[in-house]
Design a protein around this ligand. Structure first.
Ligand SMILES: *Cc1c(COP(=O)(O)O)cnc(C)c1O
Length: 401
């Protein structure tokens, strides 16, 4: 029996991609090996994070980087660093921020559930702008003057959620914020691939950028990256690391903590729950190196034919298949299956539910069910799983009971 069956848990077929609730992306063998090797030796964690910082800095074109317990953890730690800088008394007080500048300006249309990670550090979000394209009331979205009008004495920074079509562009928001001496924290958790974004997003001048380690990078699901300005990354590291040492003995490692002048060492603080373990750190670095060097490209090339075989197997069924493929050799193609709900006598929701309840359970992408569309994301599939999806879909489409 497998390690999950031992616990009475049935492994599923995940055709949804790297979502957290289904366990994230599969780790490649080299990453699993790094995790295994990393688990059996003892190392000084601040030295390891300083070494990780050098690797992340090189691959993201930033000054420094930190491995965190996910992009959400990176958002909380980055926020904490902006609020406290190197003041241990402030670190000690978080998430209580009375007396500190504690507002972050964010475009209203960028609000999302993950910004709780920013608020968790004690920040109040101040929303600006309107997306009148979405509300159907006009043609405009958040604008730079609206950010500028919201900046005031209590403003500590700007939260920016990066997406391909975001407006105004990150570089414009960075320029406006920097003109007022304000740092910009970017949630770019799922903006990989393309791997060019590893450098392109920080190159906008954004002060801190957060990436997920457990999505397309394919590191451990519980990892993330915070990268950017050295002083802010160091302030974040101080709030995550265990610094229960005598100040006279602590030896701040490497360039991450270069020229650090602290009145005292911070205690276990807001970041303690956001720590990464040594084996997670080395595994994330192995995955990041693979991702950044195009190590997944050969596998990505197998995705399209696999999805095409599923589409071909559905010929004659009351569905219309469309392959969505950016064709850049890096991005994930996705198979969209639009169900003719009237001819079928079942809704896309019904089909989705039926596949989840089968054996083994199959989880298809569910973000477009309202429009009658099922999605097949190839990241967690192989030939065998893809063939099973095709068989089970065909069966479900022919059986209306
Ligand atoms: C996935 C995601 C996160 C959270 O990332 P984790 O690494 O799972 O913590 C945050 N923001 C956005 C936009 C995401 O898509």
């Amino acid at each position: 029996m497998g390690i999950y069956e031992d616990l009475g848990i049935t492994p599923i077929i995940n055709a949804t991609g790297s979502v957290t609730r289904l366990g994230g992306a599969p780790m490649p063998p080299a990453v699993v090996e790094a995790l295994k090797l990393g688990a059996t030796e003892a190392v000084v964690l601040d030295q390891l994070q300083a070494a990780a910082s050098r690797v992340i800095a090189e691959l993201t074109g930033t000054e420094a980087g930190l491995v965190t317990a996910g992009a959400a953890a990176a958002l909380t730690l980055g926020t904490a660093a902006i609020l406290t800088r190197f003041d241990p008394a402030r670190m000690d007080r978080l998430p209580h921020t009375r007396g500190m500048a504690h507002e972050f300006v964010v475009a209203r249309e960028q609000r999302n559930g993950y910004d709780h990670a920013v608020r968790a550090a004690g920040v109040r979000l101040v929303e600006v702008g309107m997306n009148e394209l979405v509300s159907g009331a006009g043609v405009r979205r958040a604008e730079i003057w609206e950010y500028e009008a919201a900046f005031r004495g209590r403003t500590a920074g700007v939260l920016f959620v990066q997406t391909a079509d975001v407006r105004p562009a990150l570089a414009e928001v960075v320029a406006a914020a920097h003109a007022r001496g304000l740092p910009v924290l970017v949630d770019a958790a799922a903006e990989l691939p393309p791997r060019a974004n590893l450098k392109a997003i920080p190159a906008t001048g954004a002060d801190l950028v957060c990436f997920s380690g457990g999505k397309a990078i394919r590191g451990p699901q519980s990892t993330g990256i915070l990268c950017g300005r050295r002083d802010l990354v160091a302030a974040a590291a101080l709030q995550m690391l265990d610094l229960d040492d005598h100040p006279e003995l602590w030896d701040p490692p490497g360039d991450l903590f270069k020229d650090l002048r602290l009145p005292g060492l911070p205690r276990q603080g807001l970041g303690r729950g956001l720590k990464a373990s040594k084996e997670e750190i080395v595994a994330l670095l192995a995955a990041l190196r693979l991702f950044a060097s195009g190590g997944y490209d050969a596998e990505v090339a197998t995705y399209r034919p696999r999805l095409e075989r599923i589409a071909a197997a559905l010929a004659g069924c009351p569905v219309t298949c469309a392959l969505r493929d950016a064709g850049d050799g890096e991005s994930f193609p996705v198979l969209a299956i639009k169900v003719d709900q009237r001819a079928l006598g079942q809704s896309a929701f019904d089909l989705c539910r039926r596949l989840r309840r089968g054996s083994p359970p199959i989880y298809l992408g569910h973000s477009e069910l309202q429009a009658g569309v099922l999605l097949v994301h190839p990241l967690c599939l192989d030939d065998e799983k893809a063939a099973l999806i095709a068989d089970r879909l065909r069966a479900a489409l022919h059986d209306k009971s």
